[in-house]
Write a protein that binds this ligand. Structure first.
Ligand SMILES: [Zn+2]
Length: 494
């Protein structure tokens, strides 16, 4: 039954790696989790990139269902270019190109609107985070604001008020993003709207991880800044007359690993005679390459022989760290390409899936320069260098994420080892609000952190290995109630 008195506030810390959270780095977060809940086996979606992960959070579904397969991807038969999600304009241009079908599943914004309840998102991120979290929310009269890019705020009456009362310059603020985002909520959203759900999303930890690496003082400083906001958020909640009906979640969308070596996969393919490029704008191009930690490859035409040649080349490289392709047949764990695993195991199959996803591997031992989890990375056009952080792949450091909860409807002092996913957050929020989740929300309600559900159960670890070849792709995880939950992926040694 709908519970109109309930409210949920989610604070998202982009790129926060859970094993870096300690009493000394983030004391407020540790205290909140101790008094509330902490999911020890929480993971994101594949690829572990922000805009895909935020869409998964908002829709409660993986890329296979919601259509947003990472920060950029190719959609067959619509344009020779990839779909990008970096700016608001990218989202709308892609939606136009796809006849209104860019995001293929309803998000929490839409579900709450249908239930007649307000929803708000405030970010201090790049401009593409707001459409990911509140897609078409402006058209529904929901609230959106970005303290670094205030011109994309809505509705106008609220945005004008927030601008003036918080003295946000027309060009956006450059410091104190997380605290400013919180103040926008506290002063200009909550007293007016009391949203059923509010998401505050802060990018600062991710940005400094990329730039300065996982062991930098800059990262510790930004983590501390976000932790201060957690302290303020909890104090705010505890001071409200409605506190017994307010639930808080602290989450992240992925972790980070260290760039130990870079590779340009498109160039590498071209050097051995394949015609590879970032788009199909040149008629001669045979294969479109999407860079990252997981490199997506789309062939212009289905050509099994060419695909196998490309696979053989990839498997011979030192940076090869796993191969994934659409399932051989429905339900199969093997991919169509010999020696690969099915993308469906990662929720990354479907019509927009590439012919082949090549996961980049770990750096060989002895070549680590003291970095935390050094891996190979294809930066594409990004200016990211060795020693900096990155994410997008299946290494445990990047594939795991933070999930802590506190307040109404949640257990107190519960640490859960049951695997959970970023896609479980929206169904859990809706359950706390007493609103039915749409069928497209393939995530589950996290009963183990709500109320009196049993604290633990027997969990069996499991592995899935590709067949054939000396570099076998491996997914490791937990088998629970017939489902395989991936916790990391890579290759098995020869
Ligand atoms: Zn990032």
């Amino acid at each position: 039954m709908a519970n109109d008195a309930r409210h949920v506030v989610v604070l998202g810390i982009d790129g926060l790696r859970p094993d870096l959270v300690t009493e000394s780095t983030m004391p407020h977060l540790v205290a909140l989790a101790k008094d509330g809940t902490w999911n020890r086996r929480h993971s994101t979606v594949f690829p572990s990139e922000t805009r895909g992960a935020l869409t998964a959070l908002a829709t409660g579904a993986t890329a296979q269902v919601n259509g947003i397969a990472g920060n950029q991807f190719y959609v067959r038969g619509t344009s020779p270019d990839q779909v990008f999600t970096e700016t608001t304009h990218d989202w709308w241009a892609a939606d136009e190109r796809l006849a209104g079908d860019l995001v293929k599943a309803p998000s929490i914004s839409e579900v709450l609107h249908q239930a007649g309840r307000p929803f708000a998102v405030v970010t201090s991120s790049g401009p593409g985070a707001l459409p990911a979290l509140n897609w078409k929310g402006q058209q529904r009269g929901q609230t959106g604001f970005n303290v670094r890019h205030p011109q994309i705020g809505y509705p106008h009456s609220f945005a004008a008020r927030a601008h003036h009362s918080l003295k946000i310059p027309a060009g956006g603020i450059s410091a104190d993003g997380p605290m400013t985002a919180f103040r926008v909520f506290e002063r200009e959203i909550w007293p007016y709207d009391k949203p059923a759900t509010t998401i505050l999303w802060c990018t600062e930890v991710d940005s400094v991880s990329h730039l300065h690496g996982l062991q930098s003082s800059q990262l510790l400083e930004k983590m501390r800044g976000c932790d201060d906001v957690i302290g303020e958020l909890r104090a705010w909640r505890d001071a409200q007359p409605e506190r017994d009906n307010i639930t808080l979640f602290i989450v992240s969308d992925h972790g980070h690993v260290t760039i130990g070596g870079t590779v340009n996969v498109a160039d590498a393919l071209c050097q051995v005679g394949f015609k590879a490029a970032a788009s199909f704008n040149d008629d001669a191009t045979q294969v479109l390459v999407r860079p990252g930690r997981a490199v997506g490859l789309w062939l212009k035409q289905d050509d099994p022989a060419l695909l196998h040649d490309i696979r053989d080349f990839m498997m011979a490289q030192i940076w090869f760290g796993g191969a994934f392709s659409p399932a051989r047949e429905p339900g199969s764990t093997n991919g169509m390409v010999d020696g690969s695993l099915a993308l469906e195991l990662l929720g990354a199959g479907g019509e927009r899936a590439p012919h082949l996803f090549i996961h980049l591997g770990k750096m060989p031992a002895g070549d680590q320069a003291g970095y935390l989890d050094p891996v190979f990375y294809d930066p594409g056009d990004y200016d990211l260098r060795v020693g900096g952080g990155t994410h997008g792949g299946l290494h445990r450091g990047e594939f795991t994420a933070v999930l802590a909860g506190y307040g109404a409807g949640l257990a107190q002092g519960r640490v859960s080892d049951i695997p959970s996913s970023i896609t479980d957050i929206a169904p859990t929020i809706l359950s706390l609000l007493g609103i039915d989740a749409p069928k497209t929300m393939t995530g589950r309600v996290l009963a183990e952190v709500c109320g009196d559900a049993p604290e633990s159960e027997e969990l069996a670890s499991a592995e899935i290995l590709s067949a054939g070849g000396c570099k076998n792709t491996l997914l490791a995880g937990i088998k629970r109630q017939g489902h395989f939950h991936v916790s990391e992926g890579g290759i098995e040694g020869c």
